[in-house]
Design a protein around this ligand. Structure first.
Ligand SMILES: N[C@@H](CCC(=O)N[C@@H](CS)C(=O)NCC(=O)O)C(=O)O
Length: 230
């Protein structure tokens, strides 16, 4: 029985992040599909956040860890995976900054822009989750779509620069987080700039099936929701 169990919801890019990482890092793990089970008493007893991805391992003080980036950081620290998460403080600071910027700034816009098309619930307090009419909700969604371009370009100009990846010549955990996130934009036929298309293609090429297999679940789900729309 592997020491690591990853609880996942397969259509999610937050989950895709951890799923790609565990495969790319060649760690021994098992995967449990918990779609529809995150609010059961059994799951909540382990993870009161009811979130996925959620990793279980006896090594952790509470046996459980959620937040995709924290899972990757922990596993890199635990297994000395410096190629994904450099130890040098300055290089590591750039990886951490890229991941926090993604989770704190880019992802909220992306969720508001794509979740309605994906049939995912929006967060309480958002226009899209309110009793506003459909036109008002769509106006708010379009504002989120518009807002994506600026932080997306910051990944190009600041974090990636003239290197192929945020991590340099090889993908880092921040690259896994960014590439997985960009997959959701297909749900709204967002016109990714050419550099971003090349970047995602290079990620898939560099990581091979470790990327393609979990990406297949996200892409399959997007294909399904799009087919339901027609
Ligand atoms: N910032 C978190 C986001 C996690 C998250 O929002 N997970 C969603 C799926 S996309 C979830 O598990 N929702 C199930 C629920 O809340 O019951 C991460 O990167 O892991």
């Amino acid at each position: 029985m592997p020491a690591i169990k990853l609880n996942v919801i397969k259509p999610s890019v937050n989950n895709m992040t951890a799923r790609v990482f565990l495969r790319a890092a060649k760690l021994d793990f098992s995967e449990q599909d918990v779609y529809g089970q995150t609010r059961t008493a059994e799951y909540l007893a382990k993870a009161p956040s009811h979130l996925t991805p959620m990793m279980e391992t006896a090594d952790l003080p509470k046996g459980a860890l959620w937040e995709s980036c924290a899972i990757m950081q922990y596993l890199c620290n635990k297994h000395g995976l410096d190629e994904f998460y450099p130890k040098d403080p300055e290089s590591r600071a750039m990886i951490d900054s890229a991941m926090f910027y993604l989770i704190g700034t880019f992802y909220p816009y992306l969720a508001r822009a794509t979740y309605p098309a994906l049939n995912f619930p929006l967060y309480a307090g958002e226009v899209g989750c309110s009793d506003a009419d459909a036109e008002t909700k769509e106006k708010a969604r379009r504002a989120a779509v518009e807002a994506l371009a600026e932080p997306l370009d910051v990944f190009r100009t600041f974090y990636i620069g003239d290197k192929p990846f945020i991590g340099g010549s090889k993908p880092s955990i921040a690259d896994i987080r960014l590439a997985a996130t960009l997959e959701f934009l297909a749900a709204i036929d967002y016109q990714l700039p050419d550099w971003a298309k090349t970047y995602v293609a290079n990620m898939e090429k560099a990581l091979g099936n470790a990327y393609t297999e979990p990406a297949g679940d996200v892409r399959g789900y997007i294909g399904y929701v799009k087919s339901q729309r027609q």
